[in-house]
Design a protein around this ligand. Sequence first.
Ligand code: ZN
Length: 345
Amino acid sequence: MSVFHELLDEKSCLLADGATGTNYFNLGLETGYPPELWNVEEPDHVLGLHRDFLAAGSDLILTNSFGGTGYRLKLHQAEDRVAELNTAAARLARTAVDAHQQATGQRAVVAGSMGPSGELFEPLGALTHADAVAAFTAQAEALAEGGVDLLWIETISAFEEVDAAYEAAASTGLPVAATMTFDTAGKSMMGVDPAAYAGHVGGKGAVALGANCGVGPSELMHSMMAMRGQTKAALVAKGNCGIPEYRDGKIHYHGSPELMASYAVLARDAGVAIIGGCCGTTPDHIRAMRHALDTTPVTPIGDVAARMDQIWQVLGQPWAHVPHVPDQPSPDDDASGGRRRRRRS
Ligand SMILES: [Zn+2]
């Protein structure tokens, strides 16, 4: 049995970590610079953030490898460093988790983050299934080499992409989790709805699936409620820390630790097994979520309709705030392509 399954059995609800990119910005990462290079250039920063999330109570941390496919690294002339950067990412997370266990006796899981390629699949674009599988396989094998416990596909918006990434991740023999981003009036950017996603990826044998990033905790919970009952896989909620707003050339997240703590408890009570934060979520938010999960008794879900009213009262009405789409390129856009290139951050 994998450490992931053991911990999930033991605790029934795992707290994941928060943002990577937006926390690195506070440590000096320049907008547009690939965070994956920090695995070799600033390993102490990468280790430090892992340590901070573990100390805050995370049971599962994601490697700093979101943009680690050859397609993403090519934007920074680093496409020949896929193996090096992903293996380094995995080793740093492994080191942090092992040190945490030695110091505290607490176990945690290392999940190897695999974000989207940033390319459009044919016939809309030029990317073939075979080329995508090859790129994701190179990343997945390097993450496995570095010692991850499972592979964690995230911020996906199209079936074609999760199909290729899943095939590559599963070929390593490790358990696979996969989350999609639902940010467009209840669907992904490519028009996939949460229930269809859960059925599709659950059918592949994913150990966990769900939603990450997108709009805010309310929209994330809306996706979770749609996925309930659609799969036997563990549900994952990794929501942004509030609603992203574009101001003065930067994206801001205003979610308070209290809001994220409320979201964590509601998600757990709704049956979500793995709960974390995405963009804007700091170790302070994770600490508040840990405290709330540990001190708030579980309320059975009961009547779903009544419960949903309660959820929206606490988190706000989902999709009431259309996410602000910046007219100017976001910090993660690159000059070479007009598509939005999202980064888990
Ligand atoms: Zn995010």
